[in-house]
Design a protein around this ligand. Structure first.
Ligand code: MTE
Length: 402
């Protein structure tokens, strides 16, 4: 196995890579993937507005709207209730955006806006049962304490809160949590302290952080984060209709080798990655070592666990011939569907779940020569790699200044 720590040009400190500032949006350096559970310090952070400072002593969670009993619960009330713990993968809907060509606006996430954590909290269903939902409730709106003006057009006329809804049927399933712990510790401010929703299987945008309001509605919620942002065009019935993103699509990612890693020829090398899905189980993983011309089956490291990712591996003997090799991974689900060949433009700059290329070099192929060979313009996914390098340097500089 190649000692990947000897590679220097993409070396990263064990902290997130900054994708946006004010507020900080960080992604995990994905080549550091190791355990089934993503350590909280490495777990990506996606926040649209500055982190609200919430005092747990004064904190209230309000449950209102079309309910029989409105509730106002303290943090202590929630902590005293019967809890449940579950593992769930969260992926930001814009993860891997840097791979889109031509480039699109938005945070240029590479592979690290995804993580798998253990969450503890009170089932949302328990709270809704105490509140008593009216018969005609269709959506449960989850609203956070953070406020601001969104960056993306079309902008609302003023300051808004972050709010998303989930359908009643999903909200009343026992695995949807009002969580207060992540990986056995109280949530950090960046991850939603004191309370956040966890909606397993959904893209991360449904797991509302700094949760203060749960509102039962009798009409489908049409808020900004449901329609303008985190929406897609559904054209399945002929006329395109804007719908909210919800379940994560089947996806696999290669963590190692990392993009443009240089490998020694004719050596054993374990290709390593993860695969997950929102509404099915991942049952097969296929690897291509030749840019998609042929596929071999990989092995799973983890058993099937609903809504948690599965690590996988493939033991490879690197080619004897020097050159550049494009590796791809493609998962299949229990529903027999597989990842699509390309990005569906109906999803705009979201849902990037086609097999993503990981290119490896076998010496004497050097990066500069490869760039010459591939010519200009620089594909967006490679631009992302150079961004990563720049950002790593930024980290190092910051560390050096301290
Ligand atoms: N909740 C609030 N209140 N504000 C936000 O900006 N971002 C959402 C979701 N919940 C967000 C939020 C998005 S887009 C994602 S991907 C996840 O939180 C990220 O959760 P994390 O930062 O804990 O990884």
């Amino acid at each position: 196995m190649i000692d990947m720590k000897t590679e220097t040009w993409t070396a990263v400190a064990p902290v997130g890579l900054i994708r946006q500032k004010d507020p900080n949006n960080l992604e995990m350096p994905f080549d550091q993937l190791s355990g089934f559970i993503t350590p909280s310090e490495l777990f990506y952070i996606r926040s649209h507005f500055p982190v609200p400072q919430l005092d747990p002593a004064a904190f209230r969670l309000s449950i209102r709207g079309a309910v029989w009993n409105e509730l106002s619960l303290s943090y202590a009330d929630i902590r005293a209730m019967h809890s449940r713990t579950g593992v769930a993968t969260l992926e930001c809907a814009g993860n891997s955006r840097v791979f889109l060509a031509p480039p699109v606006p938005g945070a240029q996430w590479e592979l690290g806006a995804v993580g798998n954590a253990e969450w503890t909290g009170v089932p949302l269903s328990a709270l809704l049962e105490i509140a008593g939902l009216a018969d005609d409730v269709c959506d449960i709106v989850l609203q956070g304490a953070d406020r601001g003006v969104p960056k993306e057009e079309p902008k609302p006329p003023g300051v808004i809160s972050y709010a998303r809804s989930i359908p009643r049927a999903r909200a009343t399933e026992p695995d949807v949590l009002i969580a207060y712990q992540m990986n056995g510790r109280d949530l950090t401010p960046d991850h939603g302290y004191p309370l956040r929703a966890i909606v397993p299987g959904h893209y991360g945008m449904s797991s509302v952080k700094w949760l203060t309001d749960i509102v039962a509605t009798t009409r489908p919620f049409q808020g900004y984060w449901q329609t303008s942002d985190y929406g897609y065009w559904d054209d399945s019935e002929g006329i395109p209709v804007r719908r909210p993103l919800a379940e994560m699509k089947l996806k696999s990612q290669i963590a190692r080798p990392r993009v443009y890693e240089r490998l020694q020829p004719s050596r054993p090398y374990t290709i390593f990655g993860v695969a997950w899905a929102g509404d099915t189980d991942v049952t097969e993983i296929w690897i291509s070592l030749d840019g998609g011309a042929s596929w071999v089956q990989g092995d799973f490291v983890d058993p099937i666990r609903r809504h948690a990712w599965r690590r996988w591996k493939y033991d490879w003997i690197t080619p004897a011939q020097p050159g550049r090799y494009t590796l791809l991974a493609r998962a299949t689900g229990a529903d027999q569907r597989t990842q699509p060949d390309g990005h569906n433009p109906n999803f705009g700059s979201y849902v990037i779940n086609h097999p993503l290329p990981s290119r490896s070099l076998s010496p004497p192929f050097e990066l500069a020569r490869l760039q010459l060979l591939e010519g200009l313009p620089i594909p967006s996914w490679r631009a992302g790699v150079s961004t990563a390098v720049k950002i790593c340097c930024e980290h190092l500089n910051v560390a050096n200044r301290r």
